[in-house]
Design a protein around this ligand. Structure first.
Ligand SMILES: NC(=O)c1ccc[n+]([C@@H]2O[C@H](COP(=O)([O-])OP(=O)(O)OC[C@H]3O[C@@H](n4cnc5c(N)ncnc54)[C@H](OP(=O)(O)O)[C@@H]3O)[C@@H](O)[C@H]2O)c1
Length: 250
C-alpha cells in the first residue's frame, strides 16, 4: 500500500456515491483523513457504513452558501486545515433547448457550477500551503450532446473557473485542476426517475462513441483524481485531465 496522502486532510463533496465514493475510498487507502459530503440524510448514512476509516460524513448542500460555510467551519474546528479538496458533487438533468424547464436549468447551474464556486471561495482561508483542489468537469464541456445544454454549460463554466482559480491561487501555492470523465457507470444514470433498465440502456447507448468500447469505472476516475491531488502532479496547475476512453479525441 502506498501513502500518497499520508497525514493530509481531504474533503470530497458528493462523496456518497459513484466517482466521489471511489475517490474517498482511495484517499483513505492513501492515508488521508477524509471528510465526505452528500445532500441527503439517507445517502450520507449509507456512505458512513460503506466507507471504512472515513473521518466525517456530513449533509451539506453544495449549492447553499450557509451549508458550505458551516461545513468549512466544522472542518476547521476538527481538522485545522484542508490539504486536498475534490469538488465533485453534481447532478445531471437532461432536457432539450426546445423543451427543457427553467427549474431544471437553475438546479443544474446551482449544483454543478455555483456549488464549486461557493466551495472554492469558502475553502480559500482554510487551504494549507501546497494544497490541491480538483474539480469534476465532464467531456460534455467540449462536445455537443443533444439534451445536455444546462449540464454542458455548467461544466464549461467550471472548466473556465479552474483557470481563474489557478490565476488567483497559484501565487499562494495552491494548485487547482480538473478531471474530466467520459461516460462512467455510476448511479447518476438512474436518477431523475429512470428505471434500472432505462439507466442501463442510456449508459450502454453511449458505448459506440467510446473508442475503448466500454464505460469507465468510478475507480478509474478516482486514480486520475489521486494523481492531481498528490505531489505526483506538483507542476500541474490549471489543467484538465480527460479520462474518457478516447471519446473526445476521435
Ligand atoms: N458518471 C458519469 O458518466 C460522469 C461523467 C462526467 C462527469 N461526471 C461528474 O462526476 C460527478 C459525480 O457524478 P457520479 O457519476 O459519481 O454521480 P452520482 O453517483 O449520482 O453521485 C453524485 C454525488 O453528488 C452528490 N450531490 C448531488 N447533489 C448535491 C448537492 N446539492 N450537494 C451535495 N452533494 C450533492 C450526491 O449525493 P446525494 O445523493 O446525497 O445528493 C452524490 O454523492 C458529477 O459532478 C458529474 O457531473 C460524471
Amino acid at each position: 500500500m502506498s501513502s500518497k496522502l499520508a497525514g493530509k486532510v481531504a474533503l470530497v463533496t458528493g462523496g456518497t456515491s459513484g466517482i466521489g465514493l471511489a475517490a474517498a475510498r482511495l484517499f483513505i487507502e492513501e492515508g488521508a483523513r477524509v471528510v465526505v459530503t452528500g445532500s441527503r440524510d439517507d445517502s450520507v448514512a449509507k456512505a458512513r457504513d460503506a466507507l471504512a476509516g472515513v473521518s466525517a460524513v456530513r449533509v451539506s448542500d453544495t449549492a447553499r452558501q450557509e451549508d458550505v460555510s458551516a461545513l468549512l467551519s466544522e472542518i476547521r474546528a476538527e481538522f485545522g486545515q484542508v490539504d486536498v479538496a475534490f469538488l465533485n458533487a453534481g447532478i445531471l438533468k437532461a432536457g432539450s433547448l426546445a423543451q427543457g424547464s427553467e427549474a431544471d436549468f437553475d438546479a443544474v447551474i446551482s449544483v454543478d457550477l455555483k456549488g464549486p464556486w461557493l466551495t472554492l471561495q469558502a475553502l480559500i482561508p482554510h487551504l494549507a500551503p501546497g494544497a490541491s483542489v480538483v474539480v469534476n468537469t465532464s467531456v460534455a464541456n467540449e462536445r455537443g450532446w443533444a439534451g445536455l445544454g444546462a449540464y454542458s454549460a455548467a461544466k464549461a463554466g467550471l472548466r473556465a473557473l479552474v483557470r481563474t482559480a489557478t490565476a488567483e491561487l497559484a501565487p499562494l501555492g495552491i494548485r487547482v485542476n480538473a478531471v474530466s470523465p467520459g461516460p462512467t457507470w455510476t448511479p447518476i444514470f438512474g436518477r431523475n426517475g429512470a428505471t434500472p433498465e432505462q439507466a442501463e440502456a442510456a449508459a450502454q447507448g453511449l458505448i459506440p462513441r467510446i473508442p475503448l468500447g466500454r464505460l469507465g469505472q468510478p475507480e478509474e476516475i478516482a486514480k486520475a483524481v489521486l494523481f492531481l491531488a498528490s505531489a505526483d502532479a506538483s507542476f500541474v496547475a490549471g489543467a484538465e485531465l480527460v479520462v474518457d476512453g478516447g471519446l473526445s479525441q476521435v
